[in-house]
Design a protein around this ligand. Structure first.
Ligand SMILES: *[C@@H]1O[C@H](CO)[C@@H](O)[C@H](O)[C@H]1NC(C)=O
Ligand SMILES: *[C@@H]1O[C@H](CO)[C@@H](O)[C@H](O)[C@H]1NC(C)=O
Length: 257
Protein backbone atom coordinates (compact mmCIF):
# COMPACT_ATOMS: atom_id res chain seq x y z
CA UNK A 1 0.00 0.00 0.00
CA UNK A 2 2.76 2.40 0.95
CA UNK A 3 4.70 1.45 -2.16
CA UNK A 4 1.68 2.15 -4.32
CA UNK A 5 1.44 5.55 -2.74
CA UNK A 6 5.12 6.09 -3.45
CA UNK A 7 4.63 5.23 -7.13
CA UNK A 8 1.67 7.56 -7.29
CA UNK A 9 3.70 10.32 -5.66
CA UNK A 10 6.60 9.92 -8.11
CA UNK A 11 4.26 9.78 -11.09
CA UNK A 12 2.44 12.90 -9.92
CA UNK A 13 5.75 14.67 -9.50
CA UNK A 14 6.68 13.78 -13.07
CA UNK A 15 3.44 15.17 -14.42
CA UNK A 16 3.80 18.29 -12.33
CA UNK A 17 7.19 19.08 -13.89
CA UNK A 18 6.90 22.01 -16.24
CA UNK A 19 7.65 21.25 -19.88
CA UNK A 20 11.27 22.12 -20.86
CA UNK A 21 10.26 25.26 -22.80
CA UNK A 22 8.18 26.71 -19.98
CA UNK A 23 11.06 26.26 -17.58
CA UNK A 24 13.20 28.47 -19.80
CA UNK A 25 10.66 31.19 -20.42
CA UNK A 26 11.82 34.56 -19.26
CA UNK A 27 8.38 35.96 -18.63
CA UNK A 28 7.78 33.93 -15.46
CA UNK A 29 6.21 36.16 -12.82
CA UNK A 30 8.50 37.05 -9.93
CA UNK A 31 7.92 34.90 -6.85
CA UNK A 32 8.61 37.75 -4.46
CA UNK A 33 7.29 41.23 -4.83
CA UNK A 34 9.86 43.54 -6.36
CA UNK A 35 10.02 47.17 -5.29
CA UNK A 36 10.37 48.53 -8.84
CA UNK A 37 10.80 47.13 -12.32
CA UNK A 38 14.47 46.30 -12.76
CA UNK A 39 16.31 48.55 -15.22
CA UNK A 40 17.41 46.98 -18.49
CA UNK A 41 20.43 44.80 -17.69
CA UNK A 42 23.73 46.53 -18.37
CA UNK A 43 25.43 44.96 -21.39
CA UNK A 44 27.91 42.34 -20.37
CA UNK A 45 31.39 43.85 -20.43
CA UNK A 46 33.48 42.25 -23.14
CA UNK A 47 37.25 42.39 -22.99
CA UNK A 48 38.32 42.12 -26.63
CA UNK A 49 41.88 41.05 -25.83
CA UNK A 50 40.61 38.22 -23.63
CA UNK A 51 38.02 37.24 -26.20
CA UNK A 52 40.61 37.05 -28.98
CA UNK A 53 42.97 35.06 -26.75
CA UNK A 54 40.39 32.55 -25.65
CA UNK A 55 38.22 32.22 -28.72
CA UNK A 56 40.69 30.79 -31.20
CA UNK A 57 43.46 31.43 -33.70
CA UNK A 58 43.60 35.23 -33.54
CA UNK A 59 46.94 35.69 -31.77
CA UNK A 60 48.60 37.46 -34.72
CA UNK A 61 45.71 39.89 -35.10
CA UNK A 62 45.62 40.52 -31.35
CA UNK A 63 49.37 41.15 -31.36
CA UNK A 64 49.06 43.81 -34.07
CA UNK A 65 46.08 45.42 -32.31
CA UNK A 66 48.10 45.71 -29.11
CA UNK A 67 51.26 46.94 -30.86
CA UNK A 68 49.40 49.69 -32.71
CA UNK A 69 47.20 50.55 -29.71
CA UNK A 70 44.17 50.11 -31.95
CA UNK A 71 42.90 47.64 -29.38
CA UNK A 72 42.16 50.60 -27.10
CA UNK A 73 40.12 52.32 -29.83
CA UNK A 74 38.02 49.19 -30.37
CA UNK A 75 37.68 48.52 -26.64
CA UNK A 76 36.43 52.06 -26.07
CA UNK A 77 33.53 51.32 -28.43
CA UNK A 78 32.99 47.91 -26.86
CA UNK A 79 32.67 49.61 -23.45
CA UNK A 80 29.96 51.95 -24.71
CA UNK A 81 26.64 51.54 -22.99
CA UNK A 82 24.88 53.48 -25.73
CA UNK A 83 23.37 50.99 -28.18
CA UNK A 84 24.06 53.43 -31.03
CA UNK A 85 27.76 52.89 -30.50
CA UNK A 86 29.35 49.49 -30.34
CA UNK A 87 31.88 47.79 -32.54
CA UNK A 88 32.09 45.03 -35.14
CA UNK A 89 35.55 43.49 -35.45
CA UNK A 90 36.64 41.41 -38.45
CA UNK A 91 39.38 39.18 -37.07
CA UNK A 92 41.59 37.43 -39.63
CA UNK A 93 42.71 34.02 -38.44
CA UNK A 94 46.42 33.35 -37.92
CA UNK A 95 46.51 31.36 -41.17
CA UNK A 96 45.29 34.47 -43.02
CA UNK A 97 48.25 36.50 -41.75
CA UNK A 98 50.62 33.63 -42.52
CA UNK A 99 49.43 33.71 -46.15
CA UNK A 100 50.43 37.36 -46.63
CA UNK A 101 54.01 37.91 -47.78
CA UNK A 102 55.90 38.64 -44.55
CA UNK A 103 57.89 41.45 -46.19
CA UNK A 104 54.70 43.26 -47.19
CA UNK A 105 53.69 43.52 -43.53
CA UNK A 106 57.13 44.16 -42.07
CA UNK A 107 57.68 46.96 -44.62
CA UNK A 108 54.77 48.97 -43.27
CA UNK A 109 55.37 52.07 -41.20
CA UNK A 110 53.75 52.33 -37.78
CA UNK A 111 51.07 54.62 -39.23
CA UNK A 112 50.31 52.25 -42.10
CA UNK A 113 50.06 49.29 -39.76
CA UNK A 114 47.68 51.27 -37.58
CA UNK A 115 45.50 52.12 -40.59
CA UNK A 116 45.53 48.47 -41.62
CA UNK A 117 44.22 47.47 -38.19
CA UNK A 118 41.60 50.25 -38.16
CA UNK A 119 40.28 48.85 -41.45
CA UNK A 120 39.34 45.64 -39.63
CA UNK A 121 36.41 47.02 -37.67
CA UNK A 122 33.29 49.12 -38.05
CA UNK A 123 32.30 51.59 -35.32
CA UNK A 124 28.89 50.03 -34.74
CA UNK A 125 27.32 46.72 -33.83
CA UNK A 126 26.37 44.67 -36.89
CA UNK A 127 24.46 41.46 -36.18
CA UNK A 128 24.92 38.56 -38.57
CA UNK A 129 21.34 39.06 -39.69
CA UNK A 130 22.18 42.52 -41.04
CA UNK A 131 24.71 41.34 -43.64
CA UNK A 132 22.21 40.50 -46.36
CA UNK A 133 20.97 44.09 -46.20
CA UNK A 134 24.52 45.45 -46.03
CA UNK A 135 25.38 43.58 -49.23
CA UNK A 136 22.62 45.52 -50.98
CA UNK A 137 23.02 48.88 -49.25
CA UNK A 138 26.64 49.59 -50.07
CA UNK A 139 29.97 49.60 -48.29
CA UNK A 140 30.51 49.28 -44.56
CA UNK A 141 32.61 52.14 -43.23
CA UNK A 142 35.46 51.23 -40.93
CA UNK A 143 37.49 53.21 -38.39
CA UNK A 144 39.83 54.25 -41.24
CA UNK A 145 39.08 55.61 -44.74
CA UNK A 146 38.82 52.11 -46.18
CA UNK A 147 35.32 50.82 -46.72
CA UNK A 148 34.33 47.17 -46.91
CA UNK A 149 32.23 45.69 -49.68
CA UNK A 150 29.95 42.98 -48.40
CA UNK A 151 28.52 40.20 -50.55
CA UNK A 152 26.06 37.57 -49.45
CA UNK A 153 25.65 34.55 -51.71
CA UNK A 154 23.00 32.38 -50.08
CA UNK A 155 24.35 32.97 -46.59
CA UNK A 156 28.00 32.80 -47.61
CA UNK A 157 29.19 36.21 -46.52
CA UNK A 158 32.35 37.80 -47.87
CA UNK A 159 33.97 41.15 -47.20
CA UNK A 160 36.49 42.85 -49.43
CA UNK A 161 38.66 45.93 -49.30
CA UNK A 162 41.13 47.13 -51.91
CA UNK A 163 43.36 44.24 -52.91
CA UNK A 164 41.38 41.69 -50.94
CA UNK A 165 39.23 39.80 -53.36
CA UNK A 166 37.04 37.91 -50.96
CA UNK A 167 37.63 37.35 -47.29
CA UNK A 168 35.07 34.85 -46.17
CA UNK A 169 33.29 35.40 -42.89
CA UNK A 170 34.00 31.93 -41.51
CA UNK A 171 32.33 32.18 -38.13
CA UNK A 172 30.71 34.39 -35.58
CA UNK A 173 33.11 34.51 -32.65
CA UNK A 174 30.91 36.73 -30.51
CA UNK A 175 27.73 38.67 -31.16
CA UNK A 176 25.86 40.42 -28.40
CA UNK A 177 25.20 44.15 -28.54
CA UNK A 178 27.29 46.27 -28.47
CA UNK A 179 30.07 43.89 -29.63
CA UNK A 180 30.35 41.59 -32.64
CA UNK A 181 33.50 39.70 -33.62
CA UNK A 182 33.61 37.70 -36.85
CA UNK A 183 36.44 35.52 -38.10
CA UNK A 184 37.84 36.05 -41.60
CA UNK A 185 39.94 33.66 -43.67
CA UNK A 186 41.91 36.54 -45.23
CA UNK A 187 43.52 39.77 -44.12
CA UNK A 188 41.81 42.88 -45.52
CA UNK A 189 44.36 44.68 -47.71
CA UNK A 190 43.29 48.27 -48.38
CA UNK A 191 44.87 50.23 -51.22
CA UNK A 192 45.42 53.15 -48.84
CA UNK A 193 48.05 51.00 -47.12
CA UNK A 194 49.36 48.88 -50.00
CA UNK A 195 50.13 50.89 -53.17
CA UNK A 196 50.86 47.63 -54.98
CA UNK A 197 49.16 44.31 -54.55
CA UNK A 198 50.91 42.23 -51.86
CA UNK A 199 51.64 38.60 -52.56
CA UNK A 200 49.12 36.38 -50.83
CA UNK A 201 49.39 32.59 -50.79
CA UNK A 202 46.21 30.70 -51.66
CA UNK A 203 43.98 30.32 -48.65
CA UNK A 204 44.04 26.70 -47.47
CA UNK A 205 40.80 24.77 -47.76
CA UNK A 206 38.58 25.52 -44.75
CA UNK A 207 38.19 21.86 -43.81
CA UNK A 208 39.46 18.57 -45.18
CA UNK A 209 36.64 17.02 -47.18
CA UNK A 210 36.51 13.83 -49.26
CA UNK A 211 35.78 15.71 -52.50
CA UNK A 212 37.51 19.05 -52.84
CA UNK A 213 35.04 20.34 -55.43
CA UNK A 214 32.03 19.18 -53.51
CA UNK A 215 33.29 20.78 -50.33
CA UNK A 216 33.11 24.21 -51.86
CA UNK A 217 29.49 23.71 -52.82
CA UNK A 218 28.26 21.93 -49.72
CA UNK A 219 29.67 24.27 -47.11
CA UNK A 220 27.57 27.02 -48.63
CA UNK A 221 25.44 26.70 -45.51
CA UNK A 222 26.79 29.49 -43.33
CA UNK A 223 29.31 28.26 -40.81
CA UNK A 224 28.56 31.45 -38.99
CA UNK A 225 25.79 30.93 -36.51
CA UNK A 226 24.73 32.98 -33.57
CA UNK A 227 25.82 31.63 -30.24
CA UNK A 228 22.38 31.18 -28.69
CA UNK A 229 21.59 28.00 -30.61
CA UNK A 230 23.95 25.76 -28.67
CA UNK A 231 22.85 27.16 -25.36
CA UNK A 232 19.14 26.52 -25.81
CA UNK A 233 19.94 23.05 -27.12
CA UNK A 234 21.81 22.14 -23.95
CA UNK A 235 18.96 23.53 -21.81
CA UNK A 236 16.48 21.36 -23.68
CA UNK A 237 18.71 18.34 -23.22
CA UNK A 238 19.07 18.80 -19.48
CA UNK A 239 15.31 19.25 -19.06
CA UNK A 240 14.92 16.03 -21.07
CA UNK A 241 17.28 14.29 -18.68
CA UNK A 242 15.10 15.23 -15.70
CA UNK A 243 12.02 13.77 -17.38
CA UNK A 244 13.81 10.55 -18.32
CA UNK A 245 15.18 10.25 -14.79
CA UNK A 246 11.67 10.65 -13.44
CA UNK A 247 10.35 7.93 -15.71
CA UNK A 248 13.11 5.56 -14.66
CA UNK A 249 12.32 6.28 -11.00
CA UNK A 250 8.64 5.48 -11.57
CA UNK A 251 9.40 2.19 -13.30
CA UNK A 252 11.89 1.29 -10.60
CA UNK A 253 9.37 2.03 -7.83
CA UNK A 254 6.79 -0.04 -9.68
CA UNK A 255 9.18 -3.01 -9.88
CA UNK A 256 9.85 -2.78 -6.15
CA UNK A 257 6.16 -3.35 -5.35
C1 LIG B 1 36.76 49.48 -20.75
O1 LIG B 1 36.18 49.08 -19.52
C2 LIG B 1 37.07 48.40 -18.66
C3 LIG B 1 36.27 47.91 -17.47
O2 LIG B 1 35.36 48.84 -17.02
C4 LIG B 1 38.21 49.32 -18.26
O3 LIG B 1 39.10 48.66 -17.43
C5 LIG B 1 38.93 49.79 -19.52
O4 LIG B 1 39.93 50.73 -19.20
C6 LIG B 1 37.96 50.42 -20.51
N1 LIG B 1 38.69 50.66 -21.73
C7 LIG B 1 38.48 51.71 -22.51
C8 LIG B 1 39.36 51.87 -23.69
O5 LIG B 1 37.59 52.53 -22.31
C1 LIG C 1 59.95 46.11 -48.85
O1 LIG C 1 60.85 47.20 -48.86
C2 LIG C 1 62.00 46.97 -49.63
C3 LIG C 1 62.94 48.13 -49.44
O2 LIG C 1 62.26 49.34 -49.34
C4 LIG C 1 61.57 46.79 -51.09
O3 LIG C 1 62.71 46.55 -51.90
C5 LIG C 1 60.64 45.61 -51.20
O4 LIG C 1 60.16 45.50 -52.51
C6 LIG C 1 59.47 45.79 -50.26
N1 LIG C 1 58.71 44.57 -50.26
C7 LIG C 1 57.38 44.53 -50.37
C8 LIG C 1 56.76 43.19 -50.40
O5 LIG C 1 56.72 45.54 -50.44
Amino acid sequence: MELKLAVLAVATLCLALPPPRAALSQGAPPLVETPAPAPAPAPHHVDLADLLSLAGPYGTFRGYLTRTDVLRTFQGRANATDQQQGVTVFAPEDSAFAAVDAAALSNLTADQLRTLMLCHAAPRYLPLSSFAALAASGPVHTFAECALDVTDAAGRIRVASGWTRAARLVSSVYSTPPVAVYALDRVLLPRQVFPTEPTVAPVPAPSPAPAARGADATDAAPAATERGANKSLSCGVSAGHVLVGCLVATVFAFLMM
